[in-house]
Design a protein. Structure first.
Length: 258
């Protein structure tokens, strides 16, 4: 006889998922050591970026400091060679209300005999004759000058031809020659040294200055002092109504300003 087939075994449950391995955890999770290393790398990069930015800013500031804007050669300034004048391509000049001073550079060891300087009422020319002829200046002056009161000389220490031109009118020049770029006449110094005036004018200026100073101090001016001295001498003179009384200038207001 035939035996019945054996019963089938019960179904086994599905295997539980295996726990994530350490390697999977490190790849997908947040390992403290990896996070710390990454943060340190980012911080270092940030510091380096900040330092590079600081160096860049310093370079920009340094460049901005060293790259000074170029000045216009005809700008007015107060140095002795360009006082109320300017620096041109082949000469420097300055001026006061009464005269001009021009300085022309020449080769070393050039003597006056090697030069020809022509000064006319409205023209100026400077030429080197030796070792080869070369024109240094040649042009029509902006205004007329006094030829007899003008002069020139060679300054060997600075290798310069010095030219002094006396003006016919006490006015400021915008340039030495016609056609040149003019300086800004609104910036020139038009004050004059007291020594430039004659003795009579100097005395008048000193008197006015003294009187102004005395008025500021509330004291009598030179005119009032003179009147005061005359009054003092006449106080006890024969026929004076004040004879025999103490001198008191307040009783007589001579100028009307005491």
């Amino acid at each position: 006889s035939h035996l019945p087939p054996p019963p089938l075994p019960p179904s086994l449950p599905a295997p539980a998922p295996a726990p994530a391995s350490d390697s999977n955890s490190q790849q997908g999770g947040s390992d403290p050591q990896a996070t710390s290393a990454s943060a340190a790398t980012k911080e270092t990069s940030k510091e380096e970026s900040t330092q590079n930015g600081a160096r860049s800013d310093k370079k920009k500031k340094k460049k901005a400091t060293t790259d000074k804007p170029k000045k216009d050669p005809t700008d007015f300034n107060l140095s002795s060679d360009t006082y109320n004048g300017g620096v041109m391509d082949n000469y420097r000049w300055s001026q006061t209300m009464t005269d001009l001073e021009i300085r022309v550079p020449i080769p070393e060891n050039t003597s006056a005999k090697q030069l020809k300087v022509e000064i006319a009422n409205e023209h100026l020319k400077v030429v080197i004759l030796k070792p080869e002829r070369r024109v240094l200046l040649d042009g029509s002056l902006l205004k007329r000058i006094k030829v007899d009161d003008s002069m020139w000389s060679v300054e060997k220490e600075t290798n310069t031809v010095y030219i002094n031109l006396e003006k016919t009118k006490e006015v400021m020049w915008g340039s030495v020659f016609r056609g040149e770029k003019a300086i800004d006449l609104t910036k020139v110094d038009v004050t004059r040294n007291i020594n430039e005036f004659d003795e009579e004018a100097q005395a008048a200026i000193e008197r006015v200055t003294h009187d102004h100073h005395m008025k500021m101090l509330g004291k009598p001016t030179s005119g009032q002092e003179k009147a005061y001295d005359i009054l003092k001498k006449a106080w006890d003179a024969p026929g004076s109504p004040f004879k025999g009384t103490p001198f008191d200038p307040s009783k007589v207001n001579v100028t009307g300003t005491w």
